[in-house]
Design a protein around this ligand. Structure first.
Ligand SMILES: *[C@@H]1O[C@H](CO)[C@@H](O)[C@H](O)[C@H]1NC(C)=O
Ligand SMILES: *[C@@H]1O[C@H](CO)[C@@H](O)[C@H](O)[C@H]1NC(C)=O
Ligand SMILES: *[C@@H]1O[C@H](CO)[C@@H](O)[C@H](O)[C@H]1NC(C)=O
Ligand SMILES: *[C@@H]1O[C@H](CO)[C@@H](O)[C@H](O)[C@H]1NC(C)=O
Length: 429
């Protein structure tokens, strides 16, 4: 049986070279490192209820009835808008679009994407680097056309380096029964300058309508721990786990930004990217996540630190910050116009309300990370509305806090998989 031939033969060959861009980093000319910047999605339109629902689904939490209704309305409005836009595009692009899903307009819903190369010759897909999951899965040519909604598809047949792992499958199931599943190929994957020549690439064969409709991007690069990889009969290593032995240091860092593309570095810590010291906290990876305990929080610079342990995970694949109801209450009670708005399924407030405070969360050794109040305006609730959907929402039903991008943007974050710890540092915001 040739089943896992490629796995056995391939010892995780890794080519790594000097860090790319920008000036400062290139000078250090290290080996086994890479640095890359996200690209902005010009079509991005933020939608609070859709984001919140996506995260609750991801972590198996039931959607509250309010939120379900809000999501339904949001999807409908968005699809109408898209239909109009695509109608307008048709004049120019008709010939290219016809019969080719690859050429249809991009409909991504995430603001920043990471270009990733798969196969030989390389096929470029825009993937989401997601520390809250551990599968590298992509929309693929195995999907029926009706399941595709503008995504770029990985075509293993067009790659001379792809090798099907016979008998291997994968399946990701979310709490609300939405799912994606498919076959597994070994192929070359390159992110920045890092190439893993024997990566398990999970090619989607079926995706449920939620995945098609909420087409975030072309797929995910899971950067959680391999223990929750879904490939059967044997779990596969994540991209980072494959790349790790060839890196200078077994770490990657996330330097996400508000209103600008963020940067991920692999294999090193850029000392110019943060200020002060990096404070490390232990990670409990038992359930596959970057799980850690924050010692507490503070609302506003004049507030007092509330020492209450907050159990949560650092998740680059979640946009919002989901915290316990009691913390949300403590925060929103300080905003004059804030309320839980049932028609939105979440907390909202008047955009530009001057009473929105900064929010601080503790890490360790007395360090606090400050999230500016301005980060808490996630999106307008409706076109033309004066209300904003809050960047902080309830984690109720999830069972733990999710430190999504709203929080991660406020810090320079080290994901140290070698010693299973998270490093937090302040930076210029
Ligand atoms: C690859 O080509 C074969 C033979 O034409 C076809 O059966 C299969 O579905 C293709 N696979 C993909 C992923 O497109
Ligand atoms: C950083 O760490 C060093 C060495 O432990 C310490 O002397 C210094 O005070 C720290 N700086 C800050 C800003 O905490
Ligand atoms: C780590 O997490 C697991 C599962 O959540 C838990 O059972 C275990 O007690 C935790 N370990 C530590 C050291 O906290
Ligand atoms: C601190 O936070 C906890 C949990 O959010 C809350 O129950 C408690 O009332 C808070 N304490 C103070 C003094 O605000």
């Amino acid at each position: 049986m040739a089943i896992i031939k490629s796995l056995i033969l391939a010892a995780g060959l890794l080519t790594a070279s000097t860090a790319l861009s920008p000036a400062g980093i290139g000078n250090t000319a290290q080996k086994g490192t890479t640095s890359l910047t996200q690209v902005h999605n010009p079509r991005f339109v933020p939608n609070g209820p859709l984001e919140l629902a996506r995260t609750l689904r991801k972590y198996g939490a039931p959607l509250p009835r309010d939120l379900k209704a809000a999501v339904k309305r949001a999807r409908k409005a968005r699809n109408q808008k898209r239909a109009e836009n695509e109608g307008a595009d048709d004049g120019d692009a008709d010939e290219n679009d016809r019969g080719s899903v690859q050429n249809s307009p991009k409909l991504y819903d995430v603001e920043y994407l990471m270009p990733v190369s798969l196969g030989t010759p390389s096929q470029q897909l825009n993937l989401d680097l997601d520390t809250g999951s551990s599968d590298l899965w992509v929309f693929s040519t195995l999907l029926k056309e009706s399941m595709v909604n503008g995504q770029t598809l990985y075509n293993p047949n067009a790659s001379t380096t792809s090798d099907k792992m016979e008998g291997y499958t994968w399946k990701i199931t979310y709490g609300d029964q939405s799912y994606s599943s498919g076959d597994v190929y070994i192929d070359t994957v390159t992110i920045g300058d890092l190439t893993v020549s024997t990566q398990a690439v999970e090619a989607a064969k079926v995706v449920s309508e939620e995945f098609t409709a909420d087409s975030d991007n072309d797929g995910l690069v899971g950067l959680g721990f391999g223990i929750i990889n879904t490939v059967q009969p044997y779990k596969q290593k994540t991209f980072f786990e494959k790349a790790m032995p060839g890196l200078d240091s077994p770490v990657f860092t996330a330097d996400l930004k508000a209103g600008a593309p963020g940067r991920y570095n692999f294999g090193y810590i850029d000392d110019d990217a943060y200020s002060g010291n990096i404070t490390y906290v232990p990670v409990n990876s038992t359930d596959g996540f970057w799980r850690w305990v924050s010692p507490g929080f503070q609302v506003g610079s004049a507030g007092s630190f509330n020492s209450t342990r907050i159990h949560g995970i650092a998740d680059t694949g979640t946009t919002l910050l989901l915290l316990p109801d009691s913390v949300c209450d403590a925060f929103y009670s300080q905003i004059a116009s804030a309320e839980y708005e049932p028609s939105q399924g979440g907390y909202t407030f008047e955009c530009g309300d001057p009473t929105v405070p900064d929010f601080y969360f503790g890490t360790a050794n007395g360090q606090m990370i400050r999230i500016p109040g301005s980060y808490m305006s996630y999106s307008k609730t409706d076109t033309g509305s004066s209300r904003c959907f809050g960047g902080m929402q309830s984690d109720s039903g999830v069972g733990f806090t999710i430190w999504g991008d709203v929080a991660l943007k406020a810090a320079f974050v080290v994901f140290d998989q070698g010693s299973e710890q998270l490093g937090w540092a302040e930076k210029t915001l």
